[in-house]
Design a protein around this ligand. Structure first.
Ligand code: SF4
Ligand code: SF4
Length: 99
């Protein structure tokens, strides 16, 4: 997955120019700095070489493996599950003390 942080990007276009697979296009989306953001339009062509990530002078790009994304999703799912468990425990405790 490719993410471009709109708050960090300064619109220098280095990522567009250096990507060997021509994944990026200039988008028509402006950020707060008033620059047009790059858009990873052809993300399916990305080879995960990380060149754009390394070239970006403002560390605005993050390229992650799909497996890493799955792991993050799993961690989030675990956290959600823990939160649900805690809420259930609190409810059970309240019901017990209310009686
Ligand atoms: S990781 Fe490589 S192939 Fe993918 S968008 Fe960046 S420069 Fe292009
Ligand atoms: S290299 Fe970084 S700062 Fe430059 S346009 Fe790309 S994302 Fe924005």
């Amino acid at each position: 997955m490719i993410k471009v942080d709109p708050n960090l990007c300064k619109g220098c276009d280095l990522c567009i120019e250096t990507c060997p697979e021509h994944v990026y296009d200039k988008s028509s989306k402006l950020n707060k700095k008033g620059v047009y953001l790059p858009c990873p339009k052809r993300e399916k062509d990305c080879t995960k070489c990380h060149l754009c990530e390394l070239m970006c002078p403002d560390q605005a790009i993050s390229v992650t493996e799909d497996e890493e994304d799955d792991q993050v999703d799993n961690i989030n799912d675990d956290e959600k599950s823990d939160q649900t468990d805690n809420a259930t425990d609190e409810k059970t405790l309240k019901e017990t003390t209310d009686v």
